[in-house]
Design a protein around this ligand. Structure first.
Ligand SMILES: [Zn+2]
Ligand SMILES: [Zn+2]
Length: 349
């Protein structure tokens, strides 16, 4: 079994450091990928810290993977040696349940396999992610990368990109709609870029005056400071859709007040309890509060193609693998614009 270098944490309170891991020998429909870049998602930190209670150690995080195909199984038809490809949050699913048949593998009724921290069907143990020099993935979960984009900055599209693109598409955001993006971090900055590219009147809703300028540079038409109740009141009942990227539990009521009758606010960040929701905020104008999780493989490819067409990538700061523990601390302090990406060359030498 081939061994590759990786970065892993041995426990929730341990730093990540270099280890050697196994990747499986190729099955007929497998693609082996030499990893060039891997984005650093906030989920990597939650998982390492066991914030969701399901961590398995050693944990090798990483689900925003860009690489080059170096080996293919005998039945692989979509990819050739040397192709630039991506892998996101999932590496397998049953492919036969109703969710899989409708291209929503993330909700596979038999459980999709996450890129890390899931049961490994082939090697036993658990899956190990993209903080490593190579990975083996079945071809159905491998994505094509548009040739015209800066591939370092494409890595975060595989999670932060699809997480924000999918709800904007699902709720049919179109030209002229007034769309609010709440929170300006890894997710929010992609939300602004997508909503603007879809032709929406894009409004950044943030607590921070400082972020206003950056939001406009990223494509927002205007900014609402959410702590300013006069500004919030001026925009009451005026939004066609709100994408809420705040990563922690918070009071959603002030944002619900911004929605028009019969429209939706979708949560993509806070996987934890919310403060009390006032029923009147939903009932009085038949408003909806919803959630969304990444997107299926077909939609992820559609998102990448959309990015190729509209020249959209993430704003990234490059790091070496050896700097990952500092990078985690900086993400926790919201000190990154807007995504760290690991140059995996640093682990190969
Ligand atoms: Zn992620
Ligand atoms: Zn399934």
């Amino acid at each position: 079994m081939p061994q590759v270098k990786a970065y892993a944490a041995a426990a929730s309170d341990a730093d990540l450091k270099e280890i050697s891991i196994e990747r499986r020998d190729l099955h007929d429909n497998d693609v082996k990928i030499d990893i060039l870049y891997c984005g650093v998602c906030h989920s990597d930190i939650h998982a390492k810290l066991n914030d969701w209670g399901n961590a398995k150690y050693p944990i090798v995080p990483g689900h925003e993977i860009i690489g080059k195909v170096t080996q293919i199984g005998s039945n692989v038809s979509k990819y050739n040696l040397g192709d630039l490809v991506g892998v996101g949050c999932m590496v397998d699913s049953c492919q036969t349940c109703s969710a899989c048949e409708e291209d929503m593998e993330m909700w596979c009724e038999n459980g999709s396999t996450s890129t890390y921290n899931s049961k490994d069907k082939f090697l036993g143990g658990h899956t190990l992610g993209g903080y490593s020099t190579a990975i083996v993935v079945r071809e159905e979960f491998v994505l094509s990368i548009p040739q015209n984009l800066d591939i370092k900055a494409v890595a975060p599209l595989l999670c932060a990109g699809i997480t924000t693109y999918s709800p904007l598409k699902h709720w049919k955001v179109k030209k002229g709609d007034k769309v609010g993006i709440v929170g300006l971090g890894g997710l929010g900055h992609m939300g602004i870029k997508f909503a603007a590219a879809m032709g929406a009147e894009t409004v950044m809703i943030t607590t921070s005056e400082e972020k206003a300028k950056d939001a406009k540079r990223l494509g927002a038409n205007s900014v609402i400071i959410s702590k300013d109740s006069e500004q919030m009141k001026a925009h009451a009942n005026s939004f066609d859709f709100i994408l809420n990227t705040i990563p922690v539990g918070h009071d959603v009521n002030p944002y619900l007040a911004l929605l028009k009758r019969d429209t939706t606010m979708c949560l993509v960040g806070a996987i934890e309890p919310l403060e009390n929701i006032h029923g009147a905020n939903l009932i009085l104008r038949r408003k909806n509060l919803a959630g969304s999780l990444i997107g299926g493989i077909k939609e992820t490819q559609e998102m990448l193609d959309f990015c190729g067409k509209h020249d959209i990538v993430s704003d990234v700061e490059m790091i070496n693998m050896q700097e990952i523990n500092t990078a985690f601390a900086r993400v926790q302090g919201s000190d990154v614009k807007y995504r760290f990406v690991i140059d995996m060359e640093s682990l190969k030498n």
